[in-house]
Design a protein around this ligand. Structure first.
Ligand code: PMP
Length: 359
């Protein structure tokens, strides 16, 4: 077989991108605190829906409009069905947003330390971008977002810092970009505070993006959505249908719609995670870690005495997975997802042993 590398003409015509590298998904049982999943199962009704599914229907394509899920979400958020757009995880929704709304010669703005997929999409779709630096405390500097732009996107809480900005901050950015779309990626909002959804009535340039992967314990189902005004949602649908109208599987549509209905279970799960997070903050502090105050389901922490890369490797040897990046400014940090209390106890025990053996 002749390798394609032998033919520079073919290579020249291939689009090259630096891909997004997701956290590891080990298939054996480990203490998995590396990709911000939820340690608790999805709402119990999801299991019932799966058991009752009519597999004969799998012969047929799913409903391209995912009406059942859209309608459950519209009811949940008290908005019209024409204000909701669904996709295969919020990554899919965000990618569609980049394609649809950032079609300008001017640069899209997003923080230099943030969800690293934004840069990948910008490059993939040839969208110019600028990344204002976070300040020394990892906060987004709102004044940096007062320049001309082709749009703005940021997560709230930000990732991987876990810092939540209050709504007046979001409003400031919306007000300074009346002619561009501002996307607030609320992947972690359920663990944080007030949502930018409250601002939808006042700003026609706002898109709020949400996911089922975190607070709803359904990362494996791949469900995400955007909420905005009907006109922006219509543009998003036009782009989506131009790609692939049957994006969501019948299974995701049915299970997603069921999960939205069980608010009580949802709230209970969030509460457990927030309680564990607050306790984990105290434990990490006792161990000497430093971290910005987390309002998400993870903590972005460094230890002044121990190298984060070495800690990461040592934990992994004991089947405890956290996240570590090799990039310059955050090399000294670990991002630790909040698991169950037992999982966190295992992590802290491993850290204590590691520190003891080092002194
Ligand atoms: N936005 C942010 C800020 C995230 O951290 C993630 C998860 N890695 C996503 C979006 C994508 O989540 P999903 O595609 O699972 O909905």
């Amino acid at each position: 077989m002749i390798s394609v590398e032998m033919n520079p003409n073919i290579i020249r015509n291939i689009r090259k991108v630096e891909p997004y590298v997701p956290g590891e998904q080990p298939q054996n049982r480990v203490v998995k605190l590396n990709t911000n999943e939820n340690p608790y199962p999805p709402a119990p009704g999801v299991e019932r829906v799966l058991a009752e599914m009519d597999t004969d229907r799998f012969r047929l394509y799913p409903d391209p409009s995912a009406a059942k899920l859209v309608s459950a979400l519209a009811e949940h958020h008290h908005v019209g069905e024409d204000q909701v757009f669904v996709g295969v995880g919020s990554d899919d929704v965000l990618a569609m947003c980049f394609l649809t709304f950032f079609n300008s010669e001017k640069p899209v703005l997003f923080p230099d330390i943030t969800y690293s997929f934004y840069k990948v999409w910008a490059e993939l779709y040839r969208i110019p971008y600028e990344c204002p630096k976070l300040d020394g405390d990892f906060r987004i500097v709102k004044e940096d977002y007062r320049r001309e732009s082709g749009g703005v996107i940021f997560p709230n809480p930000n990732a991987p810092t876990a810092i939540y900005e209050e709504l007046d901050f979001v409003e400031d950015i919306l007000a300074h970009h009346p002619d561009e779309v501002v996307i607030v990626d609320e992947a972690y909002i359920d663990f944080a505070g007030r949502s930018a959804l409250e601002l939808l009535g006042r700003y026609n340039n706002l898109i709020v993006v949400r996911t089922f992967s975190k607070a709803r314990s359904m990362a494996g189902m791949r469900i995400g959505y955007a909420v905005s005004n009907p006109s922006l949602i219509r543009y998003l649908n036009d782009v989506k249908y131009s790609f692939n109208s049957y994006t969501m599987s019948q299974v995701s549509i049915a299970c997603g719609a069921e999960a939205v209905r069980d608010q009580a279970y949802f709230q209970k799960t969030i509460q457990k995670i927030v309680e564990t997070r607050e306790w984990a903050k105290e434990e990490l502090q006792k161990l000497g870690f430093e971290f910005p105050d987390s309002r998400a389901n993870f903590i972005f922490a460094r230890h002044p005495r121990y190298d984060a890369g070495e800690l990461f490797e040592a934990l992994k040897k004991q089947d405890i997975y956290v996240r570590h990046w090799d990039s310059e400014r955050i090399r000294q940090y670990l991002r630790i997802t909040i698991g169950t209390r037992e999982e966190m106890e295992q992590l802290f025990a491993a850290l204590r042993t590691y520190f003891k053996n080092r002194t």
